[in-house]
Design a protein around this ligand. Structure first.
Ligand code: NAG
Ligand code: NAG
Ligand code: NAG
Ligand code: NAG
Length: 509
């Protein structure tokens, strides 16, 4: 056993050898190289291990991903039924030096971030679907196989919600490990600011629980936005909030309203803090092939009693709408009805940018985005591009600070902000390189222009980022140093950095 560990360590290019608890390691005797990681899985857990061409394998590798860019072929898929299976899997992968991926909701479209090719192994969270409410209903325990639509639907009969994603098919673990923007963020901060406990599998194979006050409080802090370098989370305990019904829906506008719409975006950015129950997602979608651009805004108000004031500039008579579905309904109803708006299995890419709240910034970003998309992507089959301005208030940032702080350490003194996400979807794999190069180029161009005018902001939201964007480099240097220290403490062999290959890694920043 000791030999296996040393071999694993050498293959990983590290010299420190951590103590792997005997209980975790005993099981994997005989697994000597990555070729037989899958046969070890299959032997020990035949019902939960799927080899290529089996129906389970096909279901796990094709049925779960939002973006077609994630189509990959792992050597096998392991579907743990509980945290002990995850622990066993991590030890087996470690001792066989097998690279692996972990899939939560499968929404992040970067190839390799939640799937992997052979000889890598995919750990699927499909069956880690715990959903339970504490007796006093103040905490909901959520397994990482859930998506936000599952969480909201589960809580709805109790008149409760959790601080989670705004798109139902987004998975719970990815959103939370990157911080997580929520409709409720102006009231409660990042989604991760509302986690009360993480149950995790450490790289050693130990299953532990981390809270703000126990002996894993450093790990608890790191998990609120430090990504996947620290542990595999097998249960999130989230505080619940009372939110039986909300006012929510999508307003749409045509191109003739563009300037008024951009005014409204700017004004919401500036005055959004006045009522922190209000949230908005303004999205501009363009179809260059058809020469059509549409403007939309998802409006959200966390109360059964409407307050039209925060949205006055997104509604008549200040702007003309083409349609508006804003209505009182349970959040879970809205989430279920909007999920189909994100069609599955197109090719997807997104990139993140951030600015201070400025009318000039809004115009510059809008104009540059549309003109470059039209000039350079019109011939891409099935191309759709969208640009979303996410207003981030001082209240949003303050909630995180009041709640013990998080690794993101967003500078409250320069808030409010816009955190923008650019999205592209297309249909033909042959166009991948063109779209990726374009996405990288336009994002760099826009950020350069913003910087030159003093309008850029520093923080970049991990969950909206594209491959190669620097994330941790924009966290406060002291926080990054602390993240690196915590990572080294809990995973000296770099299992979750070198073997779990996907994702943004603190040690590489
Ligand atoms: C997951 O759990 C369900 C029962 O909830 C079971 O029917 C199914 O076979 C399990 N899937 C795998 C891959 O283990
Ligand atoms: C695209 O639409 C805009 C206005 O909607 C119009 O001014 C422009 O001429 C159109 N371009 C083409 C190539 O049809
Ligand atoms: C709407 O826009 C006007 C400026 O046209 C601004 O004074 C007002 O505060 C805005 N309202 C809100 C709620 O943002
Ligand atoms: C755009 O990208 C963001 C990135 O986080 C994603 O959550 C969102 O679902 C995407 N929107 C669309 C319409 O594809």
């Amino acid at each position: 056993m000791f030999t296996h560990r040393v071999v694993a360590a050498l293959l990983l290019g590290v010299t420190a050898v951590a103590a792997v608890p005997a209980a975790a390691a005993v099981e994997v005797e005989g697994a000597t190289n990555q070729k037989n990681a899958c046969s070890t899985f299959k032997q020990k857990y035949p019902d939960y291990t799927f080899l290529p061409n089996s129906p389970g394998y096909i279901w796990e590798t094709q049925g779960h991903y939002w973006s077609a860019t994630l189509a990959q072929s792992p050597a096998c898929v392991f579907v743990p039924q509980n945290e002990n299976h995850v622990s066993w899997a991590v030890s087996t992968l470690t001792l066989t030096s097998t690279k692996f991926a972990v899939r939560g909701g499968g929404h992040m479209p970067i190839p390799g971030y939640n799937n992997i090719d052979s000889p890598g192994v995919l750990l699927s969270t499909s069956n880690l679907t715990t959903l339970t409410l504490s007796r006093d209903k103040s905490v909901v325990s959520v397994g990482p196989g859930n998506r936000w639509r599952d969480v909201y639907a589960y809580l709805q009969p109790s008149g409760l919600a959790a601080i989670g994603g705004r798109v139902g098919k987004v998975g719970v673990p990815g959103l939370l490990l990157g911080g997580g923007i929520s409709f409720y963020s102006n009231q409660y901060g990042f989604a991760a600011d509302n986690v009360v406990k993480y149950q995790v599998v450490l790289a050693s194979g130990s299953v532990v629980e981390a809270t703000a006050t126990n002996s894993y409080s450093d790990l608890f802090w790191a998990l609120k936005g430090g990504g996947n370098s620290f542990a595999i989370v097998t249960r999130f305990d989230l505080r619940t909030v009372k939110s039986p019904q909300v006012w929510v829906g999508i307003a749409q506008y045509d191109q003739s309203q563009a300037q008024k719409y951009l005014d409204a975006v700017y004004n919401f950015g500036k005055y959004g803090s006045l009522d922190s129950k209000a949230a908005i997602i303004p999205t501009i979608v363009t179809f260059p092939g058809m020469n059509v651009t549409a403007y939309a805004a998802a409006k959200f108000y966390d109360s059964t009693v409407n307050n039209p004031k925060p949205f006055e500039n997104f509604t008549a008579p200040n702007i003309m709408t083409v349609a508006d579905s804003y209505a009182l309904q349970p959040l879970s109803t809205y989430i279920a009805s909007t999920d189909p708006l994100q069609p599955d299995y197109l090719r997807q890419e997104f990139r993140v940018m951030s600015s201070i709240v400025s009318r000039d910034a809004v115009q510059l970003i809008h104009d540059t985005f549309l003109s470059q998309v039209y000039a350079k992507l019109s011939n891409i089959a099935g191309i759709q591009a969208s640009l979303t301005f996410q207003p981030v208030t001082k209240e949003f940032i303050r909630q995180g600070i009041n709640n013990g702080g998080n690794p993101q350490g967003v500078d409250i003194s320069k808030a409010p902000y816009f955190w923008m996400v650019e999205n592209w979807s297309w249909t033909d794999e042959a166009d991948d390189d063109t779209v990726y190069a374009f996405a990288k180029g336009i994002t760099a161009d826009i950020m350069k222009m913003l910087k030159k005018k003093g309008l850029a902001a520093d923080y970049l939201y991990m969950n909206d980022a594209g491959k190669g964007q620097e994330i941790f480099q924009h966290y406060p240097p002291a926080n990054l140093a602390r993240l690196k220290q915590i990572r080294a403490k809990y995973d000296p062999l770099k299992i979750y950095t070198a073997l779990l290959t996907g994702g943004w890694k603190v040690s590489q920043a």
